[in-house]
Design a protein around this ligand. Structure first.
Ligand SMILES: [Zn+2]
Length: 730
């Protein structure tokens, strides 16, 4: 009751006091100053710098441990220094496997020896750098030498194995071949091994990633027949970062697990190949013809097997510790030096990495340069800025994870937020992250102009969403994994954002030798206009967080989104209940057998266990309480608070994301502390929101689901208590 009347009072108040140009978190007077500052910052951004720096950083392959990688780190450091930043390189010793032996042969019914290498392209001299090009492989595949019948498993995701089971096909003791896509790649060998396979081959099918999509490189941007996607298959959903030092930094003298003990190296050998190499293997398969949705783009009828194709796969890696060099550049805040706004992008690449990661890295550098220039002219940010260029992101977010693990306590004390970027290209703004920052990001997206159309990047994004059946709101997507924000948000509980432009620049260059400067200039963002749009968006976010009177976090949009997640879960469990009832009814009626082709193999389905009723009331009640608490908080007007009051408020707001973590972490993967966002255990990069509860339900572990409802409710109570404390500041 008291809260209610208080809300009305404050609402009236804010209507009266907010000037027209007010921005979230600023007093009217400071808002004017901030808007002018951001305009000046934006006017300072240059496409030329982005272009030149990309040519410098992507001139040679630069994966972790290479000489060029180290030179890039030192060069980035030098630039930051010249712009007035305090800089250092923080180095970790991390396990990184280099491919020594890669052999793949078809032994029966015909023979074929896979080439396993992409062919250089006329007109793109970067693709002809010979031995400097890292051979195509999946990092953190185990060593192995296996020979067995081959089975085609479509994308190799859980529902594909359900389909195989229906067809009576077992992959035990076999080598599986799976298409890229449908999940993060690391899920494919993980599931194959869980089902008893002894080897895994992953290839890029032309339907998803090749000539079915468009002209191939060099005529067009898509994957040609020899292109191979490299990439990590480390079990990142268990923990990312150095595989030998889980949860603590990989410093020189750190205590390390043995390689045999490391749980995030794959159980079975896994190798990525091109569609040129995949075709003879797939053509040699017989047995069942694949279900229609499994058919790919090669000019053959796809069969599942097993056999008669027999393949031999041999892989050996050089397992060495390599130095991962993170560049850390700091601009000390003029008023609140102990409050840090962090901004990061990785600098390592699988090969040249013009798009991934250099296109994002050069935008970050341009922001830092323009902000440094303003600071030199006396317009220093009020809070400290920390720019980070991470190494060893590609093999498993290693540089950023080790750094966060080393500095966790300090970060939890001082970090305001972490803003991440990675590859960037022509198209639409996409932003994921902490939903408490949604209102602020939406405001900024309305101020940045789209270079092609002249409307704001927010208007453009919403227009596309509307055309695709979406709504009229600018929304953040939830963060799963796939770039360096993971250790910040999911391990340390630091509010995070990940942003980039894209959607009008598809291609097949990702993690291949074709991700080069010429490819980028022709197909990605030829004029670097979207590089500057990214610098403008990320730079404004950074500056706004750095200069706000009251940190621009809004919990109302956050609450709406989390309520949506709760509803989704309630609906999902209802759907599961209906599905089980219907399935069991069809078994009673013998319908599956009668509906199947008697000449084809038939495996009688087993009855499903009925879905129990879970008690969601602790969660629902907690959400209701939070709603009232947040209503009061959202009416706080910064211009009505004293400087001390604002400071107290900010120190608490900085802890809000941490309030959403639990010390014990998620079941079976305690490194992941966040209770709202996590990468899916069986989706990899794909997010699972409210992961403890949702995944227990998906796995039909009802006891655990009920326990996780309690854990989640207690976590939400932590946030409620924190916000309630802040509501007393006035
Ligand atoms: Zn990247």
């Amino acid at each position: 009751m008291i809260q209610y009347s208080c809300t009305i009072f404050l609402m009236l108040f804010s209507v009266l006091t907010f000037a027209q140009d007010a921005i979230i978190g600023f007093t009217p007077e400071h808002a004017k100053k901030e808007i002018a500052l951001e305009k000046e910052f934006e006017n300072n951004l240059s496409t030329k710098n982005l272009d030149q720096w990309m040519q410098r950083l992507s001139a040679k392959p630069h994966w972790v441990g290479t000489q060029y990688g180290r030179q890039n780190a030192e060069w980035i450091q030098k630039q930051f220094k010249s712009w007035g930043y305090d800089t250092k390189i923080e180095t970790y010793q991390v396990l990184f496997p280099y491919p020594k032996v890669r052999q793949l042969e078809l032994k029966a019914p015909t023979t074929y020896k896979a080439h396993l290498s992409a062919v250089p392209i006329a007109g793109d001299s970067f693709t002809a750098q010979g031995d400097a090009l890292l051979p195509a492989y999946n990092a953190f595949s185990t060593d192995g030498d296996v020979e067995a019948e081959l089975v085609f498993v479509n994308y190799g995701v859980p529902k594909d194995y359900e389909e195989l089971e229906k067809l009576g096909i077992d992959v035990k003791g076999k080598i599986v071949i799976a298409k890229y896509y449908g999940s993060w790649r690391g899920i494919k060998p993980k599931l194959a091994a869980e089902h008893g396979a002894i080897g895994c081959i992953i290839y890029s099918d032309p339907k998803d990633d090749g000539y079915v999509r468009g002209d191939v490189y060099p005529k067009g941007p898509f994957k040609n027949k020899t292109g191979v996607q490299r990439g990590s298959v480390m079990d990142m959903p268990t923990y990312p970062g150095d595989v030998l030092t889980p949860g603590y930094p990989a410093t020189k003298n750190a205590k390390r697990l043995s390689r045999e003990e490391a749980p995030t190296i794959t159980e079975i050998p896994v190798l990525p190949i091109s569609y040129e190499d995949a075709q003879p293997l797939l053509a040699a398969l017989d047995g069942e013809v694949v279900p229609p949705s499994w058919q790919g783009g090669l000019p053959i009828t796809y069969h599942i097997g097993p056999g008669p194709a027999i393949v031999h796969l041999k892989l050996e890696f050089d397992w060495q510790l390599q130095p991962a060099h993170n560049v850390i550049a700091t601009l000390r805040g003029g008023e609140f030096p102990d409050q840090w706004v962090l901004r990061g992008n990785h600098h390592d690449a699988w090969v040249h990495g013009a798009n991934d990661p250099v296109s994002g890295m050069v935008a970050l550098m341009e922001e830092a340069r323009a902000i440094g220039e303003l600071a030199k002219k006396g317009q220093k940010p009020r809070r400290t800025l920390v720019f980070c260029a991470w190494d060893a992101e590609e093999p498993g977010l290693i540089g950023s994870t080790e750094w966060v693990e080393e500095h966790k306590a300090e970060l939890q004390e001082k970090a305001v937020a972490y803003i991440n970027t990675d590859g960037n290209s022509r198209g639409f703004l996409g932003v994921g992250g902490s939903h408490s920052l949604e209102a602020m990001v939406s405001e900024i997206a309305g101020e940045v102009i789209d270079p092609q159309t002249g409307v704001s990047v927010k208007e453009r994004k919403i227009a596309r969403d509307l055309v695709n059946g979406g709504n009229e709101k600018f929304e953040l997507y939830a963060l799963g994994s796939g770039s360096d924000y993971t250790p910040f948000i999911q391990h340390a509980g630091i509010a995070s954002l990940n942003l980039g432009f894209g959607g009008e620049s598809s291609g097949g260059e990702y993690h291949t030798i074709f991700d080069t400067y010429p490819h980028y200039k022709r197909f990605k963002d030829p004029e670097f206009e979207y590089g500057v749009a990214l610098a403008s968006t990320a730079g404004r976010i950074t500056l706004r967080l750095a200069n706000a009177d009251v940190l621009p976090f809004k919990f109302n949009p956050w609450h709406k989104t989390i309520s949506k997640y709760v509803k989704e879960i309630l609906k999902e469990i209802e759907t599961m209940r209906e599905k089980a009832e219907k399935h069991n009814d069809l078994i009673e009626k013998n319908a599956f057998e009668l509906a199947s082709d008697p000449r084809k193999p038939f495996v009688k389905p087993v009855k499903m266990k009925s879905v129990p009723f879970l008690d969601f009331s602790p969660l629902q009640n907690q959400m209701a309480v939070l709603n009232s608490t947040i209503e009061v908080f959202d009416q706080i007007d910064p211009s009505k608070l004293s400087r001390d009051q604002r400071n107290t408020l900010n120190k608490n707001v900085m802890k809000a994301e941490q309030a959403l973590t639990s010390v014990i972490g998620l079941p079976r993967r305690s490194w992941y502390k966040h209770q709202i966002y996590a990468p899916g255990f069986y989706t990899g990069y794909g997010v699972k929101t409210l992961p403890g509860v949702r995944e227990a339900i998906e796995q039909k572990n009802w006891k655990e689901a009920q326990e996780q409802i309690s854990v989640l409710s207690e976590t939400l109570q932590q946030l409620n208590d924190l916000i309630a404390t802040m509501n007393t500041i006035r």
